[in-house]
Design a protein around this ligand. Structure first.
Ligand code: MGD
Ligand code: SF4
Length: 745
């Protein structure tokens, strides 16, 4: 059996907001609470600037602590374009991350007692010495490149610096190949630039917002949700394309309940209508785009009647919605979405979205997409990084347009084989729960098992920590400094994260962990400071401000330098593509042997008795990180399985009934899930919120609650262009009898 068996850390032998999905209304309540708190905040409460880490929207906030040093409340920073002064339910509940009594409390080292693997508590000295000596040993024998980092969020920045300092670029994060990657490829092929985060969607001024499998509201990205709510109040038309009746669909003028996996066909038909009826933005296309004739020819046969047979959406609906978009043009947004790794042709679907935006003239137009801008934070002085012989680029080379490390490819490198030119020997995982965020658990376990050494840095005893040789407890974002937040937006701004309280237990910030390992590995020159505060102080000074000022204001705005926010239509405009124009037809794709214009391809469908496994988000949770948070668990403690009444009738299922799932590869869910019978999901699919079904018993609230969708995602359709792992082609059958009756979990 496996050497690096998953150890539950519990086996450490030795030593107010309504939980409804009416997310768009949630801010009303939370801002009322904010007001009450603001009124009652006594003078002697300390206010500390931070930005939120509960998701990656990074809203700037104020943490209020009382005289005893306990955190009372977190409130949005009024001056912040990511939150407009209001946090979402998760951000308000962020204090639960700090208070969670299940947190990791000390470093842990894997050990064997009486033939049983377990963890023992260790000192930082011991844990850091062990990591440095293992890393140095591997570096000497195989090269620094054999040390890989999978990271996410703020800790990632510090550890990336560590890895690059000792000469490794073998780095990846799930936010690329399991999330936004295809969209960035599709949009940069067309417009020459990434969509990025926050998306430069000018929602507050839009007249028509088209959401294709993007469930804003349940997918809670703060300022975006607020802007959408304003747009609705201002009479904007919302068109939602989703096989499920999402919260956004309930706010929409048109809900197109598309047959899953057929979105490209719908978009081709929309292009056909816009061009055939001559209602696209002709002037814009003539002035700024190239490849229109090829596009026109390409979509000429993709009529609404053709798409009807594929998508199940009536030709009349397709025409009506296309005309609606055209009449709002250019103040219309075909939203690029965010978690877009679905069927393996995802960068082509993103291309179709980008092309539609071009036909509607929305890129660079008010109410469409603005030209985003950020300000560069100067690098703190350090020697130049060494140049690795190979890294994420070489590992992902068979996906020619990959723009970041592909987690699955990096992880696969740990499995020895004759043609593996890039052997990964040790893995550090920081701020990501890869057993829940990366599909194909069998492959992941095989890779982890083959490693010589694995380190996990987390705040919580999550599933992934159980695979580590060394576990390091990071303190939460409320207890540490981190890098200055500088994100793209309508105008540049920065925000700081300053500790509101000292780290609880024996936890430490990751900047400190990186520095300590770095010094032990002989690259101390890259960490020329005793406290990360010094780094921020230096950077702020370079930017014409100071830590003192930032402590008072939390967020600082800077004037735009790149030009106006929208296209200056009087002169020419050069797009950052190869041709300087919007590329409707992509020569780059053609030269690489891919379709230069998006095509519809059929994807596998569920067999008799199986349903497509669809998954998404709930407004009070982020991936798997919040399931155990006391405040947020209170709002929603488990996921449910949405089942159409027709299916419920056939299978005799009732709301509240406990069921198990088995997928097309005979994988059975570890835990059960309760059924929710609802018309809101199609008869060919079931739906659940991602991030539940935790296997770590130490998570006293989240353990065993609901199903982990990722364990049922064993068939992956990889995007040949950029390596994204399409995860929506998995099918499940519903079991009403407990398949684990006689087995212990
Ligand atoms: P989480 O599951 O929230 O997100 O994937 P992940 O980044 O893995 O895990 C975050 C981990 O970081 C948790 O273990 C948490 O305890 C820890 N953590 C939180 N804060 C800190 C901190 O300050 N320091 C440290 N060191 N650790 C911290 C996200 C990824 O998942 C993304 S971006 C997407 S869009 C995909 N979504 C998705 C899906 O919807 N369904 C399925 N099946 N898979 C998915 N994978 C992707
Ligand atoms: Fe935090 Fe919510 Fe903002 Fe995400 S959207 S950063 S969870 S307040």
């Amino acid at each position: 059996t496996s050497r690096r068996k998953f150890i539950k850390i519990s086996a450490l032998g030795l030593g107010g907001v309504a939980a409804s999905t009416t997310a768009l209304n949630m801010f009303g309540a939370s801002s009322y609470i904010d007001e009450l708190v603001k009124e009652n905040v006594a003078k002697n409460f300390k206010r500390t600037a931070t930005y939120c880490e509960v998701c990656f929207w990074k809203c700037a906030a104020w943490t209020y602590t009382d005289e005893e040093g306990s955190i009372k409340k977190i409130i949005g920073n009024e001056n912040d374009p990511h939150c407009y002064g209001r946090l979402c339910p998760r951000g308000t509940g962020g204090v639960g991350m700090y208070n969670d009594e299940d947190r990791l409390k000390t470093p842990l080292i894997r050990t064997t007692v009486n033939g049983e693997e377990t963890f023992r508590e260790a000192t930082w000295e011991e844990a850091l010495d062990l990591i440095a000596s293992k890393f140095n040993g591997i570096k000497e024998e195989f090269g620094a490149e054999s040390l890989a980092l999978i990271k996410h969020g703020a800790p990632g920045k510090h550890l990336e610096h560590l890895f690059q300092s000792f000469g490794s670029d073998t780095i990846a994060e799930p936010a690329y190949a399991q999330c936004r990657g295809p969209r960035e490829t599709g949009f940069s092929l067309t417009f020459g630039s990434w969509v990025g985060s926050p998306e430069p969607t000018d929602i507050r001024d839009t007249k028509c917002l088209v959401l294709i499998g993007s469930h804003i509201g349940e997918n809670m990205h703060n300022s975006q949700v607020q802007e959408m709510s304003d747009a609705i109040d201002n009479g904007a038309t919302i068109i939602t394309v989703d096989p499920r009746f999402s919260t956004a669909a309930s706010k929409s003028k048109y809900w197109l309940a598309i047959k899953p996996a057929t979105d490209i066909a719908l978009m081709l038909a929309w292009m056909n209508v816009l061009i055939n009826e001559n209602i696209y933005d002709k002037e814009y296309i003539e002035k700024y785009a190239t490849g229109f004739n090829e596009l026109k020819e390409h979509v000429s046969t993709f009529t609404p009647e053709w798409a009807y047979g594929i998508t199940g959406i009536k030709p009349d609906e397709i025409r009506k919605t296309a005309r609606e978009m055209a009449s709002a043009s250019p103040s219309v947004i075909i939203h690029p979405g965010r978690h877009v790794v679905w069927y393996g042709d995802d960068s082509q679907r993103a291309r179709a979205m980008a092309i539609l935006n071009a036909l509607l003239g929305s890129w660079g137009r008010r109410g469409g997409f603005y030209f985003k801008e950020s300000i560069k934070v100067p690098e703190f002085p350090a020697p130049e990084y060494p140049h690795p012989k190979w890294g994420w680029k070489e590992i992902g080379a068979k996906y020619p347009l990959a723009q970041m490390g592909i987690t699955t490819e990096v992880i696969k490198c740990a499995i020895p084989s004759e043609d593996n030119k890039y052997p990964v020997k040790a893995l550090m995982v920081a701020g990501t729960n890869i057993t829940k965020s990366i599909p194909n658990k069998k492959l992941l376990e095989e890779a982890i098992d083959a490693l010589d050494f694995m380190v996990v840095i987390d705040t919580m005893p999550m599933d992934v920590t159980g695979y580590a040789d060394v576990v390091l407890p990071e303190c939460t974002y409320l207890e540490r400094y981190d890098e200055i937040r500088s994100a793209t937006n309508r105008e540049p701004s920065i925000a700081v994260r300053i500790p509101a309280v000292a780290p609880k237990y024996d936890s430490k910030p990751s900047w400190w962990i990186a520095k300590e390992i770095g010094e032990r590995m002989g690259v101390g020159a890259y960490f020329n400071y005793t406290d990360y505060k010094e780094v921020i102080e230096w950077q702020l000074q370079q930017m014409g401000t100071s830590l003192e000022e930032m402590e008072k204001i939390g967020v600082k705005h800077f004037p735009r330098k790149s030009g106006p926010m929208y296209l200056n239509e009087t002169g020419p405009h050069e797009f950052p593509t190869n041709s300087g124009k919007i590329e409707l037809y992509s020569h780059e794709l053609k030269n690489l042997g891919f379709d230069p214009l998006p095509k519809y391809t059929r994807h596998p469908e569920p067999q008799q008795g199986f349903y497509r496994l669809n998954y998404g988000r709930a407004p009070m949770h982020t991936f798997s990180r919040t399931a155990n948070n006391p405040n947020l668990n209170d709002l929603k403690s488990e996921n449910n399985l949405w089942v159409n009444p027709k299916v419920a009738r056939i299978l005799g299922l009732k709301t509240g009934q406990e069921v198990w799932l088995k997928n097309q590869d005979d994988i059975i869910s570890t835990f059960s899930i309760k059924v929710r019978v609802t018309e809101r999901v199609r008869w060919d699919s079931v739906y659940m919120v991602h991030g539940f079904g935790h296997q770590e018993k130490k998570l006293s609230r989240a353990f065993g609650k609901g199903i982990n969708d990722t364990e049922l995602i064993t068939t992956v359709a990889v995007d040949p262009i950029m390596g994204g792992t399409g995860m929506r082609g998995n099918f499940v059958t519903i079991l009403t009898e407990n398949p684990h009756k006689n087995t212990e979990i």
